[in-house]
Ligand binder design. Structure first.
Ligand SMILES: [Zn+2]
Length: 289
């Protein structure tokens, strides 16, 4: 069962600023079979991490992500979020986005390992979908694996693993995962099981803030669209926090809080930067243990 947390998930701090929010109508229905309900958006004054206090358990996560962006899942979500047009889904899965991301990682990786004297012969993309990113970072001389729960059809040259602790890899990446999960540190502990002492890690999360003018405007526009296109659903959102929606992204990192997460996990040689790819900003982080 989902739990509410009163401590910062990154630094354990208790000095948290609170703001009302609601679980968005799609997640409320799909995961909790309920109407949208009020939760808290918490902001840690110590490390600047921002997050929703509601933490889903594994079973609830499975309910949310089973069939992620398949036709049925998208159709159900679109019935609550009419702004989720085909074009968005197509852009999301446009190969060009992944090529640009892979090129950026490959370029930065080359720079990062230049002075380390490490050689990369095996690689793992943790949560790497069908392998389309990792397959473009390395050539045929590097073994490429993905750890992935969904049943994506793998691209050529990539193999799937089901147990990340079964062996170790010279390079491990984890992209667009940590903003979704209830316990980021738990995922990092799992990733660490696949590492040896010289493994190079790469993490990427969106660089977005739930209280930025851009995000606030987006939520206001979405509420307005619900009002005119899905009035019945709109009426369900009429409660405290109705203009701040807990969706799939439940964790919002800053450079500071991401560094804290890395240091807590015992990483060193931490190199964090903000990158822009496909008009979106990301926190990009290389590290070793
Ligand atoms: Zn904190």
């Amino acid at each position: 069962m989902a739990v509410r947390t009163n401590n910062c998930l990154i630094c354990s701090g208790t000095d948290l600023k609170q703001q009302n929010a609601i679980v968005n109508p799609f997640i409320a229905k799909r995961v909790f079979n309920s109407k949208p309900f009020t939760v808290k958006l918490l902001k840690c004054r110590k490390c600047s991490f921002k997050f929703f206090d509601l933490r889903l358990d594994d079973n609830e996560m499975d309910k949310l992500y089973a069939g992620y962006f398949t036709a049925d899942w998208t159709k159900e979500r679109r019935s609550y979020e009419p702004w989720l047009i085909n074009q968005y889904c197509n852009i999301r899965f446009n190969d060009k986005n992944y090529i640009n991301k892979a090129n950026m990682v490959a370029r930065k990786l080359k720079k990062y390992i230049a002075n380390l004297g490490v050689q990369i012969k095996s690689s793992l993309d943790f949560g790497g979908d069908n392998g389309r990113v990792i397959s473009r970072i390395f050539d045929d001389n590097v073994e490429k694996y993905v750890y992935e729960i969904s049943n994506s059809q793998l691209v050529p040259g990539v193999r799937k693993i089901t147990d990340p602790s079964s062996r170790t890899y010279d390079f491990i990446m984890c992209m667009d995962v940590l903003e979704h999960v209830s316990y980021p540190q738990g995922i990092i502990e799992k990733i660490n099981k696949a590492a040896h002492k010289e493994t190079v890690f790469y993490f990427q999360v969106p660089y977005e803030q739930p209280d930025s003018p851009g995000t606030r405007t987006k939520w206001i526009i979405q509420q307005f669209l619900l009002l005119i296109l899905k009035f019945k659903i709109f009426t369900l959102t009429l409660k405290k926090g109705m203009f701040t929606h807990m969706g799939e992204h439940i964790n919002y990192f800053s450079k500071k809080s991401f560094r804290q997460l890395m240091e807590n996990a015992g990483y060193k040689n931490i190199k964090i930067s903000i990158e822009t790819v496909n008009h979106s900003k990301f926190i990009s982080c290389f590290a070793q243990r």
